[in-house]
Design a protein around this ligand. Structure first.
Ligand code: DOR
Ligand code: ZN
Length: 427
């Protein structure tokens, strides 16, 4: 099977520009890239005039909920939602039931992925058995498997010795420690940002220091051990400062931000309440501005969605009891385009790097993150002229919650190709 994608503006990293190119895909592989390729060789010709073509997006942080949370999402619905968001490879977070904390549990997960995923899914294994924080998993055994790294996401790794062990293990295995940074030995569990908002709702707040303290501790350990530490969903201004400084020391320290943390401030909770409850919480203008500056200066390595689908019942309760998080995969590119590129904080090339090239580089994903002859045909077609109103009822994800409900967004994923097959096509 040969597919010719004609006339798109193709992202080219060497020249750091978009080049008018035809792309010929043969089965799973990009066979040719040239200014003109003859349609005669192709079984299917796709007119991509006016569209931008990016390497398939890579999301290092999604919750697919299976096994155990199938009422919220399944590998099938979650990966279809991610494909609609332009993603061709996602890392699944281990807060499932059971969690991938043993080779047996992982084997079961790999089988489910093989059966149901429409794009590539690489599991992240948990740091502790059942994410209970008490018993370290068998790092050696699990590192032999095709996992992206180790995380107890949703919870911090409180035990210092576990952080040491995972970082030391990462030196040889290249399986990073991926942290949800929240200092719960100093601070209580909170529902929203600490300050005016937590007072307004009369609930415990999560201060910036809860995140910054933990990142400071883990960076300190990284300095002693070396290895690879990846910080999830940075939300606080102080955290960006700490990471920037630590990077100057040459540590293998990387971090991600989510679309909601670069686009929304805590004020949306006055209107959206539980719909906008997420951990780490939405914070202040000062934090959002520092995150955007962190993206501009290169402190932030990647954009990851923290796609966290929930059923209505888990969200349609008061702010204190509501579940953290919301579906994010389907809106990610549009949020980046609307909130970062349109206001000229960064250019389109930088946004696409944060969503494809950079995650491929920092997690060592060979043959991904670039459009090159011989690479897997993982491509995302983008229509920058499209605008639309967000309606979660129309999400592919089972999670129909989003604080962006009703927002007008710009830029849209038109099509997603994974290994030479269309996994999403916008009519
Ligand atoms: O918002 C969040 N949702 N934060 C977390 O830490 C966990 C996640 C989830 O699993 O729903
Ligand atoms: Zn998460």
């Amino acid at each position: 099977m040969r597919i010719l994608i004609k006339g798109g503006r193709v992202m080219d990293f060497e020249s750091n520009t978009f080049l008018p190119r035809d792309i010929l895909v043969h089965d799973e592989i990009i066979e040719g890239i040239a200014t003109h390729l003859s349609p005669e060789q192709a079984d299917q010709v796709v007119e991509a005039g006016g569209l931008y073509i990016s390497p398939g997006f890579i999301d290092a942080h999604v919750h697919l909920r299976e096994p155990g949370g199938e009422h919220k999402e399944t590998i099938e619905t979650g990966t279809r939602a991610c494909a609609a968001g332009g993603f061709t490879h996602v890392f699944s977070m281990p807060n499932t039931s059971p969690s991938p904390d043993s080779p047996d549990h992982l084997r079961d997960l790999f089988e489910r992925i093989k059966k149901s995923a429409c794009i590539k899914v690489t599991p992240i294994a948990s740091v502790t058995r059942g994410i209970q924080g008490e018993e370290l998993v068998d790092l050696k055994a699990l590192s032999k498997e095709a996992i992206a790294g180790f995380s107890d996401d949703g919870h911090p790794v409180t035990a210092v010795d576990f952080v040491y062990e995972v970082l030391l293990n990462s030196i040889e295995t290249r399986k990073p420690l991926i942290t949800h940074s929240e200092d719960l030995s100093t601070f209580t569990v909170g529902a929203v940002n600490r300050g005016a908002l937590s007072e307004h709702f009369g609930v415990d707040g999560i201060p910036n220091e809860a995140e910054a303290n933990m990142v400071r501790r883990d960076v300190g350990i990284l300095e002693e051990t070396s290895g690879h530490l990846h910080i999830c969903h940075v939300s606080a201004a102080e955290t960006v400062d700490i990471i920037r400084e630590a990077k100057l020391k040459g540590l293998k320290l990387t971090c991600e931000v989510t679309p909601h943390h670069f686009s929304l401030t805590e004020e949306v909770l006055y209107e959206k309440g539980s719909q906008a409850k997420v951990n780490p919480p939405l914070r202040t203008r000062r934090d959002v501005d520092r995150i955007i500056r962190g993206i501009q200066e290169g402190t932030v390595d990647i954009i990851a969605t923290d796609h966290a689908p929930h059923d209505q019942a888990s969200k349609a309760v008061g702010i204190e009891a509501a579940a953290y998080g919301f579906s994010g995969a389907e809106l990610a590119f549009s949020l980046g385009y609307t909130y970062l590129v349109k206001p000229r904080h960064i250019d389109l090339m930088t946004l696409l790097r944060l969503m494809s090239y950079n995650p491929a580089k920092i997690f060592g994903l060979e043959g991904e993150g670039e459009i090159k002859e011989g690479y897997s045909a993982n491509l995302t077609l983008l229509d920058l002229k499209a605008s639309y109103r967000v309606e979660a009822a129309g999400f592919i994800s089972k999670g129909k919650n989003t604080p962006f409900e009703g927002s007008i967004l710009h830029g849209r994923v038109k099509g997603t190709m994974y290994q030479g097959r269309w996994v999403h096509e916008e009519e």
